[in-house]
Design a protein around this ligand. Sequence first.
Ligand code: RP5
Ligand code: MG
Ligand code: MG
Length: 279
Amino acid sequence: AAHHVKSRCVLYPGSDVKRFPVPDDKVDWNQIWPQYDPVSYTAPIVKKMPEWADPDIESFSPQFNTINDSVDRTSFEGIYKVKEGKPLNPSGRTGVTGRGLLGRWGPNHAADPIVTRWKVDAKGERVHHPDSRRPILQFVSIKRKDCGEWAIPGGMVDPGEQVSLTLQREFSEEAMNSLSASTAGRAEIHKRITNLFNSPGFQVYKGYVDDPRNTDNAWMETVAVNFHDESGNSVSELPLQAGDDAGQVQWVDVDSSFALYASHAHFLELVATERKAHW
Ligand code: RP5
Ligand code: MG
Ligand code: MG
């Protein structure tokens, strides 16, 4: 896994907990570092044991590196180490032990739907960027309520859930507000996006996410899939409406200068490269 940066952000999100500073050359667990004294933190909401969270490690020893009771505890990064009953982050030190805001010890699996179309002008012609001279892609982006950063409308894979369903469900919840819709409204949303999400999509990335919530013992992993509407016909009419953990939703130009949550910019760079679009 790549050398993480956001996973070492000074202030742990949603708290006043300060991470033990980890310099670049001490991220790797193989670097012996006796002075390392990380802060232990598990957020109160996680301690309350909602259904999406594991118990504290003192009373909990699942089969790590396996699918255990429908919870996928395998990592896309290979077999991870377990030290004194606690899984070790495959990307190295983060300055915090415990789970922070994450529910699961070890990998916390998410899925990221990247819905794209070409940017067009009033005449319907594709817009090219003056610098790269490449056509500009647009993707459906949400503004996260937790940190105010723009992001892909992704979310956690429920125990036993197929990733293909997580992709469609999270897009419906965060970008189309399906959770607040009536039964009829929900059926309408399903009808409008089912063709797009039933298309094979392009698997952009599978692995560790450099998420600011990561700790030494709990981390995010994702499968990011691009659903592209070449003609723009089906997606342009989508009635976007922010919902659940999204505060806003809009079409955003894919461009390297636009700051995004966690390692989402990296996923979009891979999409732009694949589609020969501006980056
Ligand atoms: C990121 O957190 C993933 O890439 C995904 O976008 C997101 C999942 O967490 P929630 O949106 O459910 O908080 O690491
Ligand atoms: Mg969600
Ligand atoms: Mg989400």
